[in-house]
Design a protein around this ligand. Structure first.
Ligand SMILES: Cc1ncc(COP(=O)(O)O)c(C=O)c1O
Length: 416
């Protein structure tokens, strides 16, 4: 994002040592150059400058995939010039996206009848997926309130204070009040009891996280579902649940199959997952699936026909690349359930070893749990007294928890 800054004179031009055999003049930094330069020079200048970026494979603090097999890289490059939205031009890509949506919905135990297909869509990431899921809840709630002749101008959403920033964005961009359950000392996820207490007639949904961004912990969706069912029975409301499974959606089904967190629970109506996290695809792909057709209000779906036949779309963006969808499909058929399970088991094992090593130094407290996203989140022992409680409310804004995650994921994938 570019915000206004005052540039010093020295920052206005770019120079390149190696490209000087092709070009002798400096490039302006913030204006399109007046003249063209040879392609070799353009390549060299950019390549040199990018050397100052970090090396993705050494990035220890990201959930996002940094390595894929060369065969998949080839598929990605072959599709780099396909616009996904042009579904009539690229019907096979559309078909692969639909297969992925159905595979994910089945993985999350969506109740798909014989001859039916799942309801869902590929997105740029979990953030877009969450905006779409949130909009569906908001619209459903508004429609119901209108039918009942009740006010529908004060929707709210209940989450833990540990939610990722995309939930705050959703609330602000789409004018929904965000009611956050405060965290407590030593308990850094949403407490289901407190969440249900905060639900009122204006609550469009409660959002639970399967894999908190900071500590990787899974929230107790089953308990939330049971408590909310009870409250709905008492009040006559039908407040639903969304599960933000950005990370956990591609972990729990493979290594914690006994954990009930998905569409098996009656109140869970939609789930998002990031393909580019434990779905094992490079950045740029997420998914949202709805339990039933009725959970996605028809009026949010646009039907476009100017590129050919009628195509229903429910996304925030229009054009986007096809490569990530193809890469996701590659991973699904290449790894299968067995492959994902092996990789997630490797990740969990690596996390366990790393955790033991960190603990053995005697200087850190590990705050991540054994069941959850396979990462190690830890803090300095002596930062405890004055910080943990004070910052619990604003946990996500502080860098006191250090996470090691991507290295685990990448090495676990390489081992497979
Ligand atoms: C729990 C959770 N939800 C949502 C997001 C946003 O995901 P994305 O980067 O795919 O938009 C993240 C990213 O870290 C996350 O951890």
């Amino acid at each position: 994002m570019v915000l206004t800054t005052t540039e010093s004179a020295s920052g206005e031009s770019l120079y390149s040592t190696f490209a000087s055999r092709y070009v002798r003049t400096a490039l302006p930094r913030f204006r399109i150059p007046d003249t063209c330069i040879p392609k070799e020079a353009a390549y060299q200048i950019i390549n040199d400058e990018l050397m100052l970026d970090g090396n993705p494979r050494l990035n220890l603090a990201s959930f996002v995939t940094t390595w894929m097999e060369p065969e998949c890289d080839r598929l990605i490059m072959a599709a780099i010039n396909k616009n996904y939205v042009d579904m009539d031009e690229y019907p096979v890509t559309t078909e692969l996206q639909n297969r992925c949506v159905n595979m994910i919905a089945n993985l999350f135990n969506a109740p798909i009848g014989d001859g039916e297909t799942a309801v869902g869509v590929g997105t740029v990431g979990s953030s877009e997926a969450i905006m779409l899921a949130g909009l569906a809840f908001k619209r459903k709630w508004q429609n119901k309130r209108k039918e009942e002749g009740k006010p529908y101008d004060k929707p709210n959403i209940v989450t833990g204070a540990n939610v990722q920033v995309c939930w705050e964005k959703f609330a602000r961009y789409f004018e929904v009040e965000l009611k956050e359950v405060k965290l407590q000392e030593g308990y850094y996820v949403m407490d289901p009891e407190k969440a249900v207490e905060m639900v009122d007639e204006n609550t469009i949904c409660v959002a639970a996280i399967l894999g908190s961004t900071l500590t990787g912990e899974f929230e107790d969706v089953k308990l939330l579902n049971d408590l909310l069912l009870e409250k709905n029975k008492q009040t006559g409301w039908d407040t639903p649940i969304h599960v933000d499974a950005a990370s956990g959606g591609f972990i729990a089904p493979f290594i914690y199959p006994e954990l009930v967190w998905d569409f098996r629970l009656p109140l869970v109506k939609s789930i998002n997952v990031s393909g580019h996290k434990y779905g094992l695809v490079y950045a740029g792909i997420g998914w949202v699936v709805w339990k039933n057709k009725e959970d996605l209000p028809e009026e949010l779906i646009f039907h476009i026909n100017y590129l050919g036949a009628d195509q229903p779309t429910f996304t925030l963006n229009f054009s986007k690349g096809s490569s990530q969808i193809i890469a996701q499909y590659y991973q699904f058929i290449r790894l299968g359930f067995e492959g994902y399970k092996n990789i997630m088991e490797n990740c969990a094992e690596n996390a366990r070893i790393l955790k033991e090593g960190i603990e053995s130094t005697g200087r850190f407290d590990v705050v991540s749990k054994d069941i959850g996203v396979p990462l190690v989140a830890f803090k300095l022992k002596d930062s405890n007294q004055h910080t943990v409680f004070e910052i619990s409310e604003n946990l996500r804004r502080f860098g006191w928890i250090v996470q090691l995650t991507a290295c685990l994921q990448m090495h676990s994938t390489l081992l497979f």
